[in-house]
Design a protein around this ligand. Structure first.
Ligand code: CU
Length: 161
């Protein structure tokens, strides 16, 4: 079979870029641990108010874990519970979030925290808040007429001051 020279270049380029992309995705997924939000933890979204830990949304200190605090968040149209938290600077926080009704977003401005909260699933993310300041949390998945009013505030404070 005769292949034109340009055809060979194109094939090499095409197969080469495919291999390159697979390598990038592979490194990102297996080495750096980038994965789609896990759907490992499921929950009956109609029972959220009765199921721990979502029956008590808020920030609490934990002992003996890789993180210092657990922040339990329940999103619903059109608010987050809790509406404001005070986090000591430098602490590691595990965010545990879900939604009561429709899909909501959970984006923390000025950080790389950005989650999609889906009914029936629990979303978790561990992060360290190492800069003091106020961080606005907004919903970035359109959820209805009050979408633009959905917000929460992180106040990262130096407790020694
Ligand atoms: Cu929204």
């Amino acid at each position: 079979m005769h292949l034109h020279r340009y055809e060979k270049w194109w094939l090499t380029f095409g197969i080469g870029s495919l291999v390159l992309f697979l390598v990038i995705v592979g490194i990102s997924a297996f080495h750096q641990g980038h994965q789609p939000p896990s759907s490992v933890k499921t929950i009956n979204y109609e029972q959220i108010d009765k199921v721990a830990p979502f029956n008590e949304p808020g920030l609490r200190k934990v002992e003996g874990k890789d993180w210092d605090y657990e922040l339990v968040v329940v999103a619903s149209a059109f608010m987050y519970m809790p509406t404001e938290v005070e986090i000591p600077v430098g602490s590691t926080v595990k965010i545990i979030a879900t939604t009561k009704d429709v899909v909501h977003g959970y984006g923390v401005a000025g950080t790389n925290i950005n989650m999609m909260l889906e009914p029936g699933y629990v979303n978790e993310y561990v992060t360290t808040m190492d800069k003091t300041g106020e961080y606005l949390v907004v919903c970035n998945e359109y959820c209805g007429t009050g979408h633009h009013t959905m917000k929460m505030m992180y106040k990262v404070v130096d407790i020694n001051e």
